[in-house]
Design a protein around this ligand. Structure first.
Ligand SMILES: O=C(O)CCC(=O)C(=O)O
Length: 247
């Protein structure tokens, strides 16, 4: 499932590309079952002070997780996704051979109010020594649609700089691109069907809307680096000991 020359040219130009059908229904269902179980355990043990980081503020009727960090470290089901040869082949074609997962996240985006993720650049969060050495593989565990909060991208922003981000005073983790910059940046939706993967460059502006549907929009984001890329000046703490060599 390697990318062809036209696909690679599209990625270099637009800063992202979607590949359908990388995983089948059995694979996505197994991961969903596993992260649901993990999420219940995590929520039960979550200290009050950390709830604001992990609980979705948009869903008022019940307590539900917004995200979980480093599933590649905690869950065998996600390690299997991360080392799937067809996925790794694409990742290597984008950043070069010899890749590792440096960080990963489950985004739950629950039905009936799951909150939006404001526009940001992963390379501001990660501060890599090589801006070209980071690619995110965003795996759709459910269909991601306009209604349930698919990703939106700023076409070609991968070819621009990394901008300073700002965060609301009470949400220091929620770093985002300044509103004045976003006012002049069109963002285009990129729906992905379950089992498809959206790959984006670390500089590419991206965001997601709220979940206005009655369906989950769960996804697993694997942040890969090539063999010489490190998070040298990260904006938030990332634990390098959790880096997982894949190839
Ligand atoms: O899934 C989302 O809503 C946000 C994803 C994201 O920011 C990422 O994968 O880098």
């Amino acid at each position: 499932m390697a990318l062809n020359i036209a696909d690679l040219a599209h990625y270099r130009h637009a800063g992202h590309i979607t590949v359908s059908g990388v995983f089948d229904a059995a694979q996505t269902s197994a991961v969903v079952a596993d992260i649901e179980k993990w999420g219940e355990e995590f929520l039960a043990d979550l200290p009050t002070a950390e709830r604001v980081w992990y609980v979705d503020g948009g869903v008022k009727a019940r307590t539900v997780l917004r995200k979980l960090d480093n599933p590649h470290h905690h869950r065998e089901s996600v390690r299997q996704l991360a080392s799937t040869p067809s996925l790794v082949e694409i990742v290597e074609s984008l950043v070069g051979a010899g890749v590792s997962v440096f960080f990963s996240q489950i985004f739950f985006k629950p039905p009936e109010g799951g909150g939006p993720k404001p526009a940001h650049q992963d390379n501001f969060y990660f501060g890599p020594n090589d801006l070209e050495g980071v690619v995110t593989a965003w795996i759709a565990l459910d269909d991601a649609t306009l209604e349930n909060g698919c990703l939106y991208f700023g076409e070609g922003t991968n070819r621009g700089p990394v901008y300073a981000h700002e965060a609301p005073a009470d949400e220091p983790y929620n770093l985002q691109l300044p509103p004045a910059l976003m006012a002049r940046q069109p963002m285009l939706p990129a729906p992905v069907m379950r089992g498809g993967v959206s790959f984006h460059h670390g500089n590419t502006f991206h965001q997601s809307g709220p979940n206005l549907s009655t369906h989950w929009r769960r996804a697993c984001a694997l942040h890969y680096v090539n063999s010489h890329t490190l998070f040298e000046h990260p904006a938030l703490p990332y634990d390098e000991r959790l880096k997982l060599r894949i190839s």
